[in-house]
Design a protein around this ligand. Structure first.
Ligand code: MN
Length: 451
């Protein structure tokens, strides 16, 4: 399987030409790219990959909306659309370590030092109130400053000069931890960002698990072959050899800069904060590199991130409750779980498993196996008819959650709640559901009565 973005785009074009649209008409990098994707999603109900050839202020074409379809993401990891969870879990179970290669297409153009100019990149402003242009499709690659553990993550970057961006390091997560360790030694943390990659690499970057789990090996397992990495020009950081573009730099110690507001996946434009600074030492890219954008807070962003989340949460709940049926992340900070409850207390164990497995999870609703968690009406029905709030709501106070949750008093310092919407003491012993008797249901043929 080829591991570059271009061969994946060829596959998309071959499968369904209408899923890839080139826009030649000039567009303004401020609002128009996001505006067109959002409008297409809302009014056109279409989600093609879009390649903007003429973007104001840059010679780079912009590719966006790549991840906006479950079918495309399934194709990327060689899975049937309804087997993505299984495929992702298999990749987590059987990671394939990366392979280091001498060089790759990402080195076709190398700019270092004074030739680094982030202002030559597309200066994409996504939403009203955003503080400036943001890079939303940058995958960070970094190493534990005191060890051999590697980490990959998506981090939003606000362009703040020719060789400088701010970076949002999710408080309490892995890259934030690496930076804390480096900062304690008074050292910068070498980092590189890959922009424009095969969607299997994107999905792998979002794997949630222990800091010791190597996302690069999950990328390999999703690709079905080792991810090929090359060494950076200005550090020992390893980056995907087939990326469209790589930014090399370091996160500075003891330096912060104002960042934001920025419209995020929560649906809010969260205000300005003091955040870490990245100084860039090189840019390398393909000769005719496409600059990838993720249309933040729209399907391109939301579909991509929930698949790895659901896989991790399913794994965590299954470790506790073997009879778990399904897990879904329907909206920010929220998880629905259905279980075949065999013993009292398992619903609460499911909640604890979810809270223990994902920093972002703030509300868990547990339902019985006869409720389809992919149908919000059914979940609401269970909440209404099987739940007594004074008995079934568990509140956890003073925990760590997402620093992007606007309802928290202090960024990310939050309460969490679990709702047990399973029937008590069990579905079998609960008031029976009504139904048409099965023999009548079988016998009735609509066409006999209604023509
Ligand atoms: Mn990690």
């Amino acid at each position: 399987m080829a591991q570059d973005l271009r061969s994946f785009l060829d596959l998309v074009k071959r499968n369904r030409a209408a899923d890839f649209q080139i826009v030649s008409k000039p567009v303004d990098a401020r609002y128009e790219i996001t505006g067109l994707v959002a409008k297409l999603e809302k009014e056109g109900r279409r989600r093609p990959v879009l390649l903007f050839e003429n973007v104001s202020g840059t010679t780079f074409p912009v590719l966006t909306n790549l991840h906006a379809s479950r079918g495309r993401l399934a194709t990327a990891i060689n899975a049937a659309p309804d087997k993505m969870l299984e495929t992702y879990l298999r990749a987590m179970d059987k990671p394939i370590p990366p392979r280091i290669v001498k060089t790759g297409p990402v080195k076709e153009v190398v700019r270092r030092g004074g030739d680094v100019d982030l202002l030559a990149l597309p200066q994409i402003v996504h939403h009203e109130r955003d503080a400036g242009p943001y890079v939303t499709a940058a995958i960070s690659f970094a190493k534990d400053p005191g060890g051999e553990t590697w980490n990959c993550a998506y981090n939003r970057l606000m362009i703040q000069g020719r060789d400088r961006t701010s970076i949002h390091l999710t408080l309490g997560k892995h890259l934030w931890e690496f930076h804390k360790l480096a900062e304690a030694r008074g050292e910068p943390l070498p980092v590189a960002f890959a922009i424009g990659v095969h969607p299997a690499i994107a999905l792998g970057a979002l794997a949630i698990g222990s800091i010791d789990e190597d996302e690069r090996a999950i990328m390999g397992a999703l690709l079905g072959e080792p991810l090929e990495l090359v060494k950076c020009e200005t550090s020992d950081v390893l980056v995907p050899a087939h990326a469209e573009l790589v930014l090399e730099g370091e996160i500075l110690p003891a330096a912060r800069t104002p960042e934001g507001p920025f419209g995020e996946f929560t649906g809010y434009s969260l205000g300005e904060r003091q955040r870490e600074i990245v100084r860039y030492t090189a840019i390398t890219h393909r000769r005719d590199a496409m600059f990838q954008d993720i249309t933040v807070a729209h399907l391109d962003h939301m579909l991509l991130s929930t698949i790895p989340m659901e896989a991790n949460l399913y794994r965590a709940v299954r470790a506790m409750i073997p009879s778990v049926k399904a897990v879904r992340v329907p909206s920010p900070f929220t998880c629905y779980v259905s279980i075949e409850q065999r013993l009292p207390g398992q619903a609460k164990n499911a909640m604890m498993a979810v809270f223990g497995a994902d920093l972002y999870m703030k509300r868990v609703v547990v339902v019985d196996h006869d409720v389809d968690v992919f149908d919000d009406r059914q979940v609401n029905w269970a909440l209404a008819t099987r739940c007594q709030p004074d008995r079934d709501i568990t509140i956890i106070t003073h925990a760590r959650g997402s620093d992007l949750d606007p309802s928290t008093r202090e960024d990310g310092y939050t309460a969490k709640w679990g709702v047990d919407a399973t029937a008590k003491p069990s579905v079998a012993a609960f008031t029976p559901r009504h139904r048409v008797p099965p023999d009548v249901w079988q016998r009735l043929r609509l066409e006999d009565y209604l023509g």
